[in-house]
Design a protein around this ligand. Structure first.
Ligand SMILES: CC(C)(COP(=O)(O)OP(=O)(O)OC[C@H]1O[C@@H](n2cnc3c(N)ncnc32)[C@H](O)[C@@H]1OP(=O)(O)O)[C@@H](O)C(=O)NCCC(=O)NCCS
Length: 198
């Protein structure tokens, strides 16, 4: 996949590449998810729930998952966002477990790299994968209604109440068309974020 320059943020701007994860990246992915889970959910969920979530991203598990390259619709594999020196600064995983229905299973960006469009790039890559498997909708199940990532998903057109948020992918595709040609049946979500990369 092509390198994409970052737009802004707390770190200097560098190109970021989104690519399928290699097994050698499992340790970095595992550590990143554990850091994000602790940062997002400590104080929001019960301590044992946070521990369970961290355990779910243990190195052996991520090693096993990165060894599965994807290709089964329900599990399309891990994607990573890396800097030019190969540092993993974001990770995501998704699939199309039911016909037409894409799911975001995991999405996280290193706390030091947030606000630079990396999350949007990963979400766009997941979406591209899922479209190839004929996904017409995309959903994410958050762990709490107060999940800190709610704002990110709403910014990307996800809607819903509670912890289950969805968006129609056809409307996102319509972004590339002239406004007069866009389908009335799928109102375009307000995507002001990240210069339309999502
Ligand atoms: C949610 C997350 C992926 C966003 O990543 P990011 O790289 O900072 O997102 P982006 O820079 O692409 O942001 C895109 C847009 O969403 C908005 N946004 C991002 N996070 C937001 C938040 N928490 N609340 C409101 N809006 C948010 C940004 O303002 C941006 O819009 P703008 O360009 O118009 O300013 C990141 O904050 C994260 O990893 N959070 C923790 C996730 C987690 O704990 N996952 C569990 C383990 S898998």
């Amino acid at each position: 996949m092509e390198e994409t320059p970052l737009k802004r943020g707390s770190e200097p701007m560098h190109p970021v590449e989104v690519q399928p994860a290699r097994p050698a990246m499992a340790g970095a992915i595992s550590r990143l998810i554990a850091e994000c889970v602790r940062g997002s959910y400590t104080g929001l969920l019960e301590g044992t729930a946070v521990q369970r979530l961290v355990a779910e991203c243990s190195l052996p598990r991520i090693q096993a998952e990165t060894g599965i390259p994807g290709g089964a619709p329900g599990w399309l594999g891990w994607l990573v966002a890396t800097t030019p020196d190969g540092t993993v600064i974001g990770a995501a995983a998704g699939g199309v477990p039911l016909p037409g229905a894409g799911e975001v299973y995991r999405l996280c960006v290193s706390p030091q790299r947030r606000g630079n469009c990396v999350g949007s790039l990963l979400l766009a890559a997941l979406t591209e994968q899922q479209r190839e498997y004929d996904a017409e909708t995309q959903a994410v199940t958050l762990l709490s209604e107060k999940d800190p990532a709610v704002g990110f998903f709403r910014c990307h057109g996800f809607q819903g109440s509670g912890t289950r948020l969805t968006r129609p992918l056809r409307a996102i595709a319509d972004l590339s068309r002239h406004p007069d040609d866009r389908s009335e049946a799928h109102p375009m979500p307000a995507l002001e974020c990240c210069s339309g990369t999502c």
